[in-house]
Design a protein around this ligand. Structure first.
Ligand SMILES: *Cc1c(COP(=O)(O)O)cnc(C)c1O
Length: 394
């Protein structure tokens, strides 16, 4: 493995401090490195592998599509893209979909659509967007501009203008920033990278009302918290608060690079041919995956399972909170949980990895638990046992 790592460090840009393992294959909720060592995976490729690894039906659907048609460009119609869009529309309550190749691109598209909607309505383009502190929306110049973590943005300024930041779960702070040029408010119903903060019911409902009263579009970034992770297909559905624009990615394709933004009919109508485009976005290969993902969510009763297993995971994490003084609290929603420590967690992650458990952090002080949605109680027990043993030794 060391040789692979050495070679990688010579040719890849140093934008990550990678963990010192070389992954080879996956099976169910386990990953294996090139030396054959087995890891229980509670990171799922950053909340991507909702269905676990090597799901046969999913793999077969992709293999069949590879032999048929991988790509067409968006100049023509193809069957998988329309099927996938129909399923996303049905699951989200949105009316129209634009497929992208990543979450970041979904955000770009959502922001462009909000600006175009404002431009069409007012005849001027100088509009503002309100985002939240500690939010994360991606790394492109546009997505960075609305990401509420200064350290990600600072070196790359000037970014796109007209972005203001409010306090998550503080309705007053949002209200204060609204003026006649506000085109959209964007937020994650559960903040992921920012540290696993779920929005309160009051905030979700309050922001929706502010948007309705002031003719502002509401954008929910469900790239991490969507696709069943919180026990609903999309986290906003628990609150019965619909957005005007939705972004999705990560578990939308369960391993293929795909994202999407979707909108209501009224908002989507702001886009005309030529306003937005992509070569790869939503090609038949990735949308065959999306389509199969939606089918498997139904046939494998993923939402029911998440709702059933979540209380068990929470209960077990709470035991650790009580046991260790250095754990401040547990928070999150569904199978998107975090443990906040009173010290940096960066040394814990490689330690549990040595014991066969893959975890990731969210920021500096939070351990993040975003396992495949198909985990069973025995996997929770196995994870807790490894983590507990590691924590007892620090
Ligand atoms: C991961 C993430 C993104 C960016 O998606 P990429 O696929 O990495 O481009 C945007 N928003 C949220 C909430 C995310 O978790």
């Amino acid at each position: 493995m060391n040789q692979y790592i050495e070679e990688a460090e010579k040719v890849l840009m140093h934008t990550y401090n990678r963990y010192q393992i070389v992954l080879d294959h996956g099976e169910g909720v386990y990953l294996y490195d090139t030396s054959g060592k087995k890891y229980l995976d509670f990171a799922a490729g950053i909340a991507v592998f909702a269905l676990g690894y090597s799901n046969k039906e999913y793999n077969d659907a992709l293999k069949a599509q590879i032999d048929k048609l991988l790509h067409t460009s968006n100049y023509y119609y193809n069957v998988p893209t329309t099927l996938a869009a129909k399923k996303l529309v049905k699951a989200s309550g949105m009316d129209r979909v634009f497929f992208t190749s990543s979450g970041t691109e979904a955000i770009e598209g959502a922001v462009k659509l909000a600006r175009k909607y404002y431009y069409k309505k007012h005849g001027v383009s100088d509009s503002q967007i309100i985002s939240m502190n500690h939010s994360f929306h991606g790394r492109s110049m546009g997505a960075l501009s609305i990401t509420g973590t200064k350290k990600y943005r600072e070196a790359f300024e000037p970014l796109i203008g007209g972005v203001l930041f409010a306090e998550f779960n503080n309705l007053e702070s949002v209200k204060e920033l609204i003026n006649e040029t506000t085109s959209a408010i964007i937020m994650e119903p559960v903040q992921g990278e920012g540290g696993l903060y779920p929005a309160t019911k009051e905030f979700m409902e309050g922001v929706r009302k502010l948007c309705d009263d002031n003719h502002i579009l509401l954008i929910f970034d469900e790239i991490q918290c969507g696709m069943g992770r919180t026990g609903e297909m999309f986290a906003y559905q628990k609150f019965k608060v619909q957005p005007d624009i939705l972004t999705s990615a990560k578990a939308l394709g369960c391993g293929v690079p795909v994202g999407a933004f979707a909108a209501t009919e009224k908002v989507a109508a702001a886009f005309e041919p030529g306003d937005h485009g992509t070569t790869y976005g939503g090609n038949p290969f990735v949308t065959a995956a999306v389509s199969k993902v939606f089918d498997l969510f139904e046939s494998e009763k993923i939402l029911e399972h998440v709702n059933e297993i979540t209380p068990y995971l929470i209960e077990k994490l709470e035991v650790l909170v009580k046991k260790y003084d250095f754990i401040v609290e547990r928070r999150g929603a569904g199978l998107m949980q975090g443990l906040e420590f009173n010290k940096p967690v960066k040394d814990i992650v490689p330690k549990v990895m040595e014991s066969g458990l893959i975890l990731i952090a969210a920021g500096t002080h939070v351990l993040r638990f975003v396992p495949p949605l198909v985990i069973q109680k025995e996997h929770v027990d196995e994870m807790i046992a490894i983590l507990d043993q590691t924590l007892s030794g620090i």
